[in-house]
Structure formats: C-alpha cells, structure tokens
Unconditional design. Structure first.
Length: 282
C-alpha cells in the first residue's frame, strides 16, 4: 500500500486512505489523505497509469485542503517467471506540475520487483508461504520550485512561501505471508472449499530520501484479504526515525481487479487481442 506492486493489470484503487497524526521533519500537523489510482492495459505487458490524491491538514493555526499533484505514466512488465514466482516491471511517470499542488513538473523512473518462495524444496517448505516485493522510484523535479502554504504562528494565518524542488528517492520493500499455502487443497489456484480465499499478513518498509536531507523511514505492519474481484487491506504506520514522524498513523485501501469485475469492458488490452497474463499469487 505504500508503493506499487510489480504486476501490470487493469486495476482501480479507490480509496487508499491515510491518516497521519504528524508529518515528517517535525511538522506539527495531522493529515488525512485520500488517494486514487487507475491502471489500464494497452498490451498484455504495458499499462497506462494515473493517480492523484486529496489532502486535508489540521494545523494548530487552522486547516488547509486541496488536491495534490497528478501523476500520469506507463508501466511495463519486463520479466516474468511464473514457475519461480518472479516478476520485474519498469515504469516512467510524469508528475504534472501545478495540477493541484503548486509544484513543478517531475519525471519519475522506477523499477518494481517481486519474488515468491513457493518453489523452494521440501527441506525448507516452511518458507514457501513467504514473498517479498519492492520498488525504487527516483522523483526528479523539472524547474526550481513551487509555492506552498505555511502556518504563521505570529499572525495565526497561512503565508505563501517558496517550496524548493528537491530530487527524492522513494524506495521500500515488503514481506508477506500467504495463507493459501496452509490448506492441503492448495493446487496452485484459489482453494475451492476454504472460507478464506487468501489472507495475507504483511509488513511494509517505506523510505523517502530527499537529496541532502534525512531519510524518512516508516514500518507498516498490516494485512490484506484477496478475493476474486477485489482486495481490502489495512496497516499501521510506525515511524522509524524522527524524519519519518513522531507518532503513529494508519492507512486502509480497497483495490478492484477490473478484468475480473467487469470482463466485458476490461477483458482484453486496448491495443491487443491477446489476453493479459494471469496474476502471480505472492
């Protein structure tokens, strides 16, 4: 939930809700953020992506709210090995300047990877339910900076101040445990007679590294429940250093698998008659 997974598919995330009782770098503010993201396959291995968010902040001196920057991009599945549950994707996104937040354009190249361990030998079969995913995204600003609202403790109002543009490396990884492997009826697909399709305890680690500044780090333990057409997930947000925050938060997400939910509309890619790859169950 803190970074994109390596799959390339027709998906809709609405909402991805975040509550932070703090902000990084010592800011005294509570923030509610609602993200939305949409991905549409153009070919079986290439997807168009778009995402944005609405932000509401409670400062000691007042409140601010509005849309954050919109990101538009392409994501390409570069490597797949279903037998070994391995997947690698690359992406390139454009952060549209002044689309909501008064910030400059950005270019965001990224790489996303995942590896499940269901192919491990019997001697270490206890590791088979585990999987890891991760991503590295470099957000490079184009331009000198933008403007932002900042509270003025003297006047009790908000002042418009210059917000410098800083290149930031967003990176992270997750560890997951799939309950599919706990059933004797597991045959490589969803269990037909189990009460749960797939319950996945997980922990994500997220890091934001602005050039010349301290890295903001958080650990995010939670779970996901994966059904056939949707997935619901929730996790806590626990700062690992002061730059990552001074108190806990939480996030929750609803993800819709559009190709299964509306096959008549999303049953095949826009520019190809070939069906998309089936998703790897981590």
């Amino acid at each position: 939930m803190t970074f994109d997974d390596p799959a390339v598919a027709d998906e809709l995330i609405l909402p991805n809700f975040n509550y932070l009782g703090y902000l990084a770098q010592g800011s005294n503010v509570a923030e509610n953020r609602i993200n939305g993201a949409f991905a549409r396959l153009l070919t079986p291995t290439l997807a168009f992506t778009i995402d944005s968010s609405w932000v509401h902040q409670n400062w000691p001196t007042g409140r601010t709210s509005g849309f954050d920057k919109t990101n538009i991009g392409l994501k390409y599945e570069a490597f797949r090995d279903s037998r070994h549950e391995a997947l690698v994707s690359v992406a390139l996104a454009w952060g549209v300047g002044h689309s909501g937040a008064d910030a400059p354009d950005t270019i965001q190249p990224g790489i996303f990877f995942g590896r499940g361990f269901g192919d491990l030998p019997d001697s270490v079969s206890w590791l088979r339910p585990f999987a890891i995913t991760g991503s590295v995204i470099d957000e490079v600003p184009i331009g000198s900076g933008g403007m932002a609202l900042a509270p003025n403790a003297t006047t009790g109002r908000f002042d418009t101040v210059l917000s410098p543009a800083v290149e930031t490396l967003h990176w992270g990884f997750s560890m997951q445990y799939s309950s599919l492997y706990l059933t004797k009826r597991f045959d490589g697909g969803p269990p037909k007679d189990e009460p749960l399709n797939q319950f996945v305890p997980l922990v994500e680690f997220r890091f934001d590294s602005p050039r010349g500044q301290n890295t903001a780090a958080t650990a995010n333990p939670g779970f996901a429940y994966v059904a056939v057409t949707w997935q619901v997930a929730a996790e806590a947000i626990i700062p690992l250093n002061r730059a990552g925050g001074t108190g806990p938060g939480f996030r929750a997400q609803l993800l819709l698998f559009l190709d299964d939910l509306m096959p008549a509309l999303f049953g095949k890619p826009l520019l190809s008659d070939r069906p998309a790859h089936s998703q790897i169950a981590w």
